[in-house]
Write a protein that binds this ligand. Structure first.
Ligand SMILES: [Zn+2]
Length: 278
């Protein structure tokens, strides 16, 4: 039952993430290239529309995934293809919601449930950032800042209302310094050539949710490995060189989700592994 609710919730919020990505990108375009007015593209008040014919979508078209499957990926009105991005985001968010519940590292008490709620909201923002960065190599402040705000609120609430809150907040602050601080240094040293300012701000947000310096380190380590593995085919084919721009955000985001859910298991496994070495 819980899983069913999480799937539906994930589909709906994934659909919201998809709409947000499209609207933010439209807002960033010069006025001539936009398909609708800035008011209609507002994230909070704008109505959902077909990106091709601008037909406002009815309630029946807004059922995530279901309407996409029924219409076989085409707009009901102009029959143009809507593409894979939105349904993938919807399904992906739903899958992440279920995985987060199944592998949740904390107890399901008040504190754990509060953290889970914040984390699920964060996942929605992270999915939107991942897709935006993959497509346009940019981490929009309009998604990163709310994430940082959510992380700060989470730390403050845990600090005030739950046992052990002070140590939680201190650990979260240390994690922010690890995840964001290293990027901030790299950014300053390289004058923004090695990594973008968006990665620095994303680092702060990710640190707030990982909330432990050891997990923040593990996240950076995992993201680096993912980045190297993903860049290897390109390096071998000489399509990617040292000066190529590769968006780093998606690796950070995937690493954060993995470390958030499996970090402790990875640390335990590694500790066992090292102890068993001769
Ligand atoms: Zn259409």
């Amino acid at each position: 039952m819980v899983i069913l609710v999480l799937i539906v919730l994930g589909l709906c919020l994934g659909s919201f993430a998809g709409a947000t990505v499209w609207r933010l990108h439209q807002q960033a375009l010069p006025a001539k290239k936009r398909v609708a007015s800035v008011k209609d593209l507002s994230i909070t008040t704008g109505r959902s529309m077909c990106p091709h014919c601008q037909h406002t979508l009815g309630v029946g078209d807004l059922l995530p995934l279901v309407s996409w499957l029924m219409l076989r990926g085409r707009c009901r009105y102009c029959k143009q293809s809507i593409g894979w991005q939105e349904p993938l985001m919807e399904a992906g968010t739903a899958v992440l919601f279920v995985l987060s519940y199944l592998f949740w590292p904390f107890a399901f008490d008040g504190r754990g449930l509060f953290l889970l709620g914040c984390w699920l909201l964060a996942v929605v923002g992270l999915v939107a950032l991942l897709v935006y960065d993959l497509r346009w190599m940019l981490l929009p402040n309009k998604i990163v800042f709310p994430l940082i705000g959510l992380g700060v609120v989470q730390a403050v609430v845990v600090c005030i209302f739950f046992d052990g809150g002070i140590s939680y907040a201190l650990n979260a602050a240390a994690a922010v310094i690890v995840a964001g601080g290293i990027f901030w240094l790299l950014f300053q040293v390289s004058d923004g050539k090695w990594i973008g300012g968006g990665d620095v701000k994303l680092g702060y947000a990710l640190g707030l949710f990982l909330a432990r310096p050891s997990l923040a380190f593990l996240m950076l380590f995992t993201a680096s490995i993912l980045g190297v593995v993903a860049a290897l085919p390109g390096l071998v084919a000489k399509k990617v060189t040292a000066t190529s721009r590769i968006p780093f955000g998606p690796f950070l985001i995937v690493a954060t989700i993995v470390v958030m859910l499996f970090g402790q298991s990875i640390v335990d496994w590694y500790a066992n592994f090292v102890l068993q070495l001769p």
